[in-house]
Design a protein around this ligand. Structure first.
Ligand code: FUB
Length: 447
């Protein structure tokens, strides 16, 4: 029996490694992934999110966060993500109170070829209400990770962020309503200074999820903060990793749809900066089940950060011969175009684009049409009255690639049409209605 269970585990782990999940936003599409910390290791991007799950029967707090383990994902193009499976689970960490499902926002950092994964969780001893921060160590970014037997001594708090300065000094930041900072010893497992409150951050409106990075000699302390109703992302800068920090502004406004938390990280990858953050895309009615998103981040000449507008399109290049989900649009027409979930009972099935008027359009940026001539386009759609869709390049009045007459009827059908004019290279794709017959589209694909 034991052998059989072990065999099944091995097979399950193998399956996880093989799963490659598509972008765009949200980037991980088969499970909830909150609090995304991204790191670049060995030329690849590794994503260490926390893992929201629907509350199991034995967990009484149905209206609260519920998290029992962590996965790690990797990508070299920010578009295709590989799930490396579970790296740390509450059941296997001695000091964690596994009744609380409290494996909150983590971080990971490399030092001297070892990878240190930091995670907060409710400790077993004491009142059972306090959070400690644990460390698990691995030889590779994707693990296997071995948790330390005890949390870091001297810290009670959540949302660790670890930073190694150019001089080799490591720092840990975390929060407990305020932001704390301390030095870490070379072993990355123990404090090298007493944690202090970085007092320049707001004392009102929960401040959590600190993320510190350095760029061109400026230390950026970035953090979610509730100024009005929900968390927005703000930042402050300093010439020292322990401050004093000067407030500079808002990086991302409060969620337009009311997701209470936002938690983020930033990386530079292949010369471009990216903001990783979360939103309750797959759980519109319960904002404790969140999903990771990515959008590009830009700096002004003076080092200040430009505000990021959250998008559904996200980042990365989409290959024309893949299924292009235009519901993750870059822009849509002001009237006649919208999106909806494909299946409200299984939100992970994703979304569809709805067109309800003539000349309604959705533009999906950065599609790579490759070097070879593509001959046909397929549209997976449904149109009770049989509408006609135009597929164009770059803009609504751009080159007409194909016209697709959709047969009248209910249910999803894939209709194919020949491409009349074709251009190679990377373009924006526009899908639009020729008439006013309602059409729903799941995906578009070139062959
Ligand atoms: O995911 C649980 C908690 O919600 C995180 O630790 C916070 O940053 C917030 O995102």
């Amino acid at each position: 029996m034991k052998y059989l269970r072990r065999l099944l585990n091995v097979i399950a782990a193998g399956c996880l490694v093989a799963i490659s999940v598509n972008a765009q936003n949200p980037v991980i599409r088969d499970q909830f992934t909150a609090d995304p910390t991204a790191r670049v290791f060995n030329g690849k991007v590794y994503l260490y999110p926390s893992h929201d799950i629907p509350a199991p029967e034995k967990y009484p707090r149905k209206d609260w966060f519920c998290m029992e383990d962590y996965h790690v994902f990797s990508s070299s193009n920010l578009t295709d993500w590989t799930d490396h499976g579970v790296i740390v689970t509450q059941e296997k960490v001695k000091w964690v109170n596994a009744e609380t499902y409290s494996m909150w926002a983590p971080d990971c950092i490399e030092r001297n070829g070892k990878y240190y994964f930091y995670f907060p969780a409710n400790v077993k001893s004491g009142s059972g209400k306090g959070f400690g921060i644990g460390v698990a160590v691995a030889d590779k970014p994707e693990g296997p990770y071995t948790p330390q037997p005890e949390p870091i001594e001297g810290i009670m708090g959540i949302d660790p962020c670890v930073f190694i300065d150019r001089d080799g000094q490591a720092y840990i930041y975390y929060s407990l309503n305020r932001i704390f900072g301390a030095k870490l010893k070379e072993n990355m497992l123990e404090l090298d200074s007493k944690p202090v409150v970085l007092g320049e951050f707001p004392a009102k409106g929960l401040v959590e999820g600190p993320f510190l990075f350095e760029r061109k000699g400026i230390y950026y302390m970035t953090y979610p903060h509730v100024e009005n109703k929900t968390e927005r992302l703000e930042y402050a800068i300093s010439d020292n990793p322990m401050g004093h920090f000067t407030y500079k502004g808002v990086i991302m406004d409060e969620s337009p749809t009311g997701c209470w938390t936002n938690h983020h990280s930033m990386i530079e990858y292949n010369g471009q900066w990216y903001l990783f953050y979360h939103h309750n895309d797959y759980s519109p009615k319960f904002d404790k089940n969140r999903s990771s998103r990515i959008d590009s981040l830009f700096f002004n000449e003076d080092g200040t950060i430009r505000k990021v507008l959250p998008t559904l399109r996200g980042v990365g290049v989409t290959i024309a011969t893949d299924k292009i989900e235009i519901d993750r649009y870059s822009h849509i027409s002001q009237t006649g175009a919208s999106i909806a979930l494909l299946d409200t009972t299984n939100t992970f099935r994703g979304w569809k684009t709805r067109f309800t008027g003539q000349n309604a359009w959705a533009r999906y940026n950065t599609v790579d049409f490759g070097k070879k001539k593509l001959k046909t386009v397929q549209v997976n759609c449904s149109s009770p009255a049989g509408g006609t869709i135009q597929v164009r390049l770059d803009k609504p009045d751009g080159i007409l690639l194909a016209e697709v007459k959709i047969p009248a009827g209910t249910g999803w059908k894939t209709t194919e049409a020949r491409i009349s004019k074709y251009q190679k290279g990377t373009h924006n794709l526009v899908v639009m209605t020729k008439d006013d017959k309602p059409v729903e589209i799941d995906w578009v694909k070139f062959n």
